[in-house]
Ligand binder design. Structure first.
Ligand code: SAM
Length: 278
């Protein structure tokens, strides 16, 4: 048994959620195009009711609210108090948005039934994904639609893998073991057959996965700084001695410098845009 929902909820109310809340603007810049691709696939109508699952700091919830207009409504659900605090601040004065702190795997979702369910990287953390997708299906109108974006395998995502690989074997750094392919976490939905099986078991029909690929193109200093602030390498270094941090930063810098082209670091990303019908 891998990570349980209770452990995941503790993580998102602890270091994971704190870091996401602190770095919300930077995360939004990183993820905007991927989230937009899933929004395009969902194509919500004006006046629709939408559920944004694992809504985090609420940027996509607010974008959805703009798309459905004053006659529509959007509920953002997330387990994490720190990210929801940012979301609520950002949404102050927006009438058609509500945020709910709840486990989307099990909670009766207020505001159901929804015409559409959306998520930007918020659906890969369930310990019982079939039950979670059945719960989302129950919250969706019979003609409703689902669209979300999730990562392909780590090997296709050096933006994630390169900084942490650079730290392997470094004394004084306690790296988490590599995630097993189906373990709850960012890469749990890498296998398209598994995604189709989970959605089918949850009652969803006509699941389709479309490949999304691009590159992060960034300044080397900024990328090192970002990798030291956010993600698994940053967490592994949280309690490290200053001299260990310094060696770690040098290693990361070297690893990222190996990916410089014309003075800019280029890091590939690969995701799935998944759609289904209720
Ligand atoms: C990678 S973050 C993405 C956040 C946001 N969608 C974004 O794109 O900025 C994943 C989010 O899923 C939330 N999450 C994880 N497990 C959840 C669950 N069981 N129910 C609801 N939200 C969950 C986390 O708290 C976190 O905010």
């Amino acid at each position: 048994m891998g990570v349980t929902n209770e452990q995941m909820i503790a993580f998102w109310n602890g270091p994971g959620g704190e870091a996401w809340a602190t770095n919300a603007d930077a995360q939004d810049r990183e993820l905007q195009e991927l989230g937009d691709a899933a929004l395009g696939a969902l194509a919500v109508a004006s006046g629709a009711s939408v559920l944004d699952v694992g809504c985090g700091a609420g940027t996509t919830t607010l974008t959805l609210a703009g798309r459905v207009g004053a006659g529509g409504r959007v509920v953002g659900v997330d387990v994490s108090a720190p990210v929801l605090a940012v979301a609520r601040r950002r949404a102050a004065g927006v009438a058609n948005v509500t945020f709910v702190q709840a486990d989307a795997q099990t909670a009766a979702l207020p505001g159901a039934p929804f015409d559409a369910v959306y998520s930007r990287f918020g659906l890969m953390f369930f310990d019982q994904p079939e039950a979670a997708f059945a719960n989302l299906h129950r919250a969706t109108a019979p003609s409703g639609r689902l669209a979300f974006v999730c990562w392909q395998a780590t090997t296709a995502n050096p933006w994630y893998d390169a900084p942490i690989t650079a730290l392997r074997g470094l004394p004084g750094v306690d790296l988490p073991p590599p995630l097993a392919p189906e373990e709850p976490g960012p890469f749990a939905f890498a296998d398209p057959d598994r995604v189709a099986q989970i959605l089918g078991a949850g009652g969803w029909q006509r699941t389709e996965l479309q490949e999304y690929t691009d590159e992060i193109v960034d300044d080397l200093d900024r990328r090192v700084e970002f990798s030291l602030r956010q993600g698994p390498a940053a967490r592994a270094l949280a309690g490290a001695a200053p001299e260990v941090r310094e060696v770690a930063a040098t290693r990361m810098r070297d690893a990222l410098a190996a990916r410089l082209i014309d003075g800019r670091v280029r890091l590939a990303r690969a995701a799935w845009i998944v759609t289904a019908q209720a």
